[in-house]
Design a protein around this ligand. Structure first.
Ligand code: ADP
Ligand code: MG
Length: 437
């Protein structure tokens, strides 16, 4: 750490949002300093407030509380020294690559004489030489994102902010663009003084950054920081690298909490309603079976994306689901099936449904829906009605997702049914045990 003044500093930053009728803390007490020469990666599960922080840092949004200092001075309005590159960069489809980049220079008032040569230079630097007169529709996703980078560089930001810049690209384009960005950054060919990259790709963060900041959600907050001192070029397969990946997974997957904390509260109760993880029954069953086949019925979470061929976000949602259902516990980056999880893995289809039904009845959101249905006329409710109720708890997109999950899980557990044509959710009568004569 230098004793220089930080380029950017967040002091006790807090962001409240309103979702439905509820105010919630999206970002809680964030303190963060970014120094010149640093490449910082911000990691954390979806919804932990990463994009919110980037908007606050670039001045696109004023935090509910706290201070944002740029070179020691409180930020007023949009930060002219910072730029964001988003996941998918919006290019003007009717302009060529050259015109798209040049536009950024025009916006900055760069005189016409130098504009063309600077534009061509930028295009060259991101490796798009030869595509100056192509239109966005003629380019691959990776190439379009390069134009986005060129445009961001044209602004010559001191602080370059990247919001999941590679996540919409195919594997190869992402890898080559990472390489090119690192090369630009490490060689000092760009005037950028610091980079802040949001990602949920753990390996990408360790590959590129000098320091990781790890966030968790509910409420969104920083839970750990980790310096990465490996020299470039970094070797993904090296032991040191893999060891870091393991450590980060351990921090992100967290520890299994006592049940009341783990489950959260139901809508209408005090406390935050815990959203159900976006996981299908198929994936859940496959995952539990997989764990059951592993030696000791356990696995290192960091190895799961490669072993299962899915991304880290998906893995973390799976581990969260098994944990929520009591099928597994998580400690220090390992996931271990519980006896209940083993029973589930080995059970018949019917027995599985029963176990699953018992487990999800404990979840506050499921309890809440079943209560609503019990009180409803004929134990039926319109989908729209339930959605509207969920929108008091969650933002509209998420409310709909939550309802989809509730219906998917509830149908499998046979505790409710759903009539697709009429858009009606119906409570299943509780089966009375048959008596043997
Ligand atoms: P991330 O980028 O880490 O996925 P975001 O910063 O986008 O997280 O969002 C953090 C939380 O705040 C999420 O629960 C999201 O639904 C919510 N949120 C984001 N923007 C708004 C907004 N403008 N109004 C209300 N809620 C929001
Ligand atoms: Mg985001």
């Amino acid at each position: 750490m230098t004793d220089q003044k930080p380029l950017l500093q967040l002091i006790h930053v807090q962001q409240l949002y309103t979702s439905g009728q509820r105010r919630f803390v999206a970002v809680q007490d964030v303190n963060l300093a970014i120094h010149e020469g640093e490449f910082v990666a911000l990691l954390g599960p979806s919804g932990c407030g990463k994009s919110t922080l980037l908007r606050i840092i670039t001045g696109l949004q004023k935090p509910s509380e706290g201070q944002v200092l740029y070179r020691g001075t409180p930020l007023q309005g949009v930060n002219p020294y910072a730029t964001i590159v988003f996941q998918t960069f919006a290019l003007f489809p009717w302009l060529t690559v050259k015109e798209n980049v040049e536009l950024a220079l025009i916006a900055r008032g760069v005189p016409a004489e130098t504009r063309i040569s600077r534009t061509l230079d930028l295009i060259d630097r991101v490796g798009l030489d030869g595509f100056e007169t192509a239109y966005p529709r003629e380019l691959s996703g990776g190439m379009r994102q390069k134009v986005g980078f060129a445009r961001a560089m044209a602004v010559e930001p001191e602080l370059l902010c990247l919001d999941e810049p590679f996540s919409a690209l195919d594997v190869l384009s992402a890898e080559s663009l990472r390489g090119e960005l690192l090369e630009l950054w490490l060689s000092g060919k760009i005037p950028t003084r610091a980079i802040l990259m949001v990602t949920h790709n753990i390996e990408e963060a360790i590959l590129m950054a000098d320091r990781l900041i790890i966030m968790d959600k509910d409420p969104g907050r920083i839970v750990a920081e980790m310096p990465i001192t490996l020299t470039h070029p970094r070797q993904r397969k090296s032991l040191e690298f893999q060891d870091l990946v393991d450590q980060v997974y351990a921090l992100l997957a967290g520890q299994t909490q006592p049940e009341p904390i783990e489950l959260g509260s139901a809508p209408g109760e005090p406390g935050k309603t815990r959203a159900l993880p976006r996981i299908t029954i198929n994936d859940l069953a496959g995952f539990v079976e997989y764990l059951n086949e592993q030696p000791g019925h356990r696995a290192d979470i960091y190895q799961l994306p490669e072993d299962l061929g899915i991304d880290s976000d998906h893995v973390l949602r799976l581990t969260e689901t098994t944990e929520l259902l009591g099928f597994a516990t998580i400690e220090k980056g390992d996931i271990q099936l519980t006896p209940l999880g083993e029973t589930f893995a080995e059970a018949s289809i019917l027995a599985r449904k029963e176990i699953f039904a018992t487990r999800i009845r404990r979840l506050p959101l499921v309890r809440w829906l079943l209560n609503l249905l019990r009180r409803a006329e004929e134990n039926r409710l319109d989908w729209d009605f339930v959605l509207a109720a969920l929108e008091l708890e969650f933002p509209p997109d998420e409310a709909e997702q939550q309802l989809d999950i509730l219906i998917d899980w509830g149908r499998y557990a046979e505790i409710l049914s759903y009539d697709d044509n009429q858009g009606v959710i119906i409570l299943e009568p509780v089966a009375t045990p048959e008596r043997a004569m």
